[in-house]
Design a protein around this ligand. Structure first.
Ligand SMILES: [Fe+2]
Ligand SMILES: [Fe+2]
Length: 144
């Protein structure tokens, strides 16, 4: 499973988008190791992935706090929840008595973190536009 950061998922904020790219890249590193059956590499790669996510959440929350984003408390709680879930999935992934479960665990964790990148953050894009932090992008949906 290779995850790609699609155009639609970009927030338009250069720092946030760059960090989201790093998250996606590090997820893909873990995915490659799993596919190659190189499970010994996974703990380190998973730690790296979690660190990148934690750092990103901090910088995103700082940016939103500085701008006075009204939904910050909820969004921070959402970040915390994602990290907790990802950590518990990581523990499961490292259970060497059940190597068959590693792919499923990984998929679950990747999905959780992508929830932030894909859905969660789109909630504050209009706020960033309002604050002049990012440029308005035109989304045209033409139902046919
Ligand atoms: Fe984010
Ligand atoms: Fe976020």
């Amino acid at each position: 499973m290779k995850i790609e950061l699609l155009e639609t998922f970009l927030t338009g904020h250069p720092v946030i988008d760059a960090e989201h790219r790093n998250i996606v890249d590090s997820i893909n590193d873990v995915s490659e190791a799993i596919l190659a059956g190189e499970y010994d590499r996974c703990p380190k790669l998973l730690d790296n992935f979690l660190q990148i996510c934690t750092d990103h959440f901090h910088s995103e929350e700082k940016l939103l706090a500085d701008l006075g984003y009204p939904g910050l408390t909820d969004h921070s709680a959402f970040h915390k929840e994602l990290i907790l879930k990802a950590k518990s999935v990581k523990v499961l992934c490292m259970d060497r008595t059940r190597p068959d479960s590693i792919q499923r665990c990984f998929d679950e964790m990747a999905t959780l973190l992508i929830e932030d990148v894909v859905k969660g953050d789109l909630q504050f894009v209009s706020f960033l536009v309002e604050k002049g932090e990012v440029e308005q992008r035109i989304h045209i949906h033409t139902p046919t």
